[in-house]
Ligand binder design. Structure first.
Ligand code: AMP
Length: 199
């Protein structure tokens, strides 16, 4: 399988690029943010619990998010996918460890971690612009955006080190046209998948 992680701060373009990568490499796209928003829309217990955190720009507790991903590998296989692209997950070291364990149990592993690099000022502007059309309340409020970036810096950024130690981290310039960035991501994946093998 090709299992990719799209890594980067809020507003770095993970969702946009995940859509393109999933189509190109025939991957199952797992966005934990989308899964959580679907739970909220469905009015489930999980959604209700997650909403409070999301509205404040805080990360949802690890056990909630990890619990949603148990069937990912089976789902990818049953749908005839080549692998999985994780978008917005893992966001903490505990999630990264849980993902490694989950993939190992299924005889597979993370192929590479694509880290989109975008500076802070650009991020805020992008998120506010997205907020005009996304219908996401967490995209409209400068204070919530600030909190999300802070959560990223304190809890998520250290996860990059976890993957760097495993030699899996690839940094990609996240400023430019969508197509230029996509080309750089494709090249990175191709260079990794050409010397990668598992079931
Ligand atoms: P996103 O759509 O990826 O920007 O996520 C929106 C919000 O959902 C985040 O600000 C968090 O509150 C929550 N969320 C999404 N993915 C995760 C995750 N892997 N761990 C914890 N919280 C998450």
């Amino acid at each position: 399988m090709i299992n990719l992680i799209l890594f980067g701060p809020p507003g770095s373009g993970k969702g946009t690029q995940a859509e393109k990568l999933k189509a190109h490499f025939n991957l199952l796209h797992i966005s934990t943010g989308d899964l959580l928003r679907a739970e909220i829309a469905g009015g489930t217990q999980l959604g209700l619990a997650a909403k409070q955190f999301m509205d404040e720009g805080k990360l949802v507790p690890d056990e909630v998010v990890i619990g949603m991903l148990g069937g990912a590998v089976e789902e990818a296989k049953s749908k005839g996918k080549q692998g999985i692209i994780f978008d917005g997950f893992p966001r903490t070291s505990a999630q990264a460890q849980a993902l490694d364990n989950m993939l190992l149990e299924k005889g597979t592993s993370v192929s590479c971690v694509l880290s989109l690099v975008v500076d802070e000022e650009e991020l805020t502007q992008r998120i506010l612009k997205r907020g005009l059309t996304s219908g996401r309340s967490d995209d409209n409020d400068v204070e919530t955006i600030r909190k999300r970036v802070q959560e990223y810096r304190t809890k998520t950024e250290p996860v990059a080190g976890y993957y760097k130690n495993q030699d899996l981290l690839i940094e990609i310039e996240g400023v430019g046209t969508i197509d230029t960035i996509f080309d750089a991501l494709m090249q990175a994946v191709n260079s990794v998948s050409s010397n990668h093998s598992d079931n």
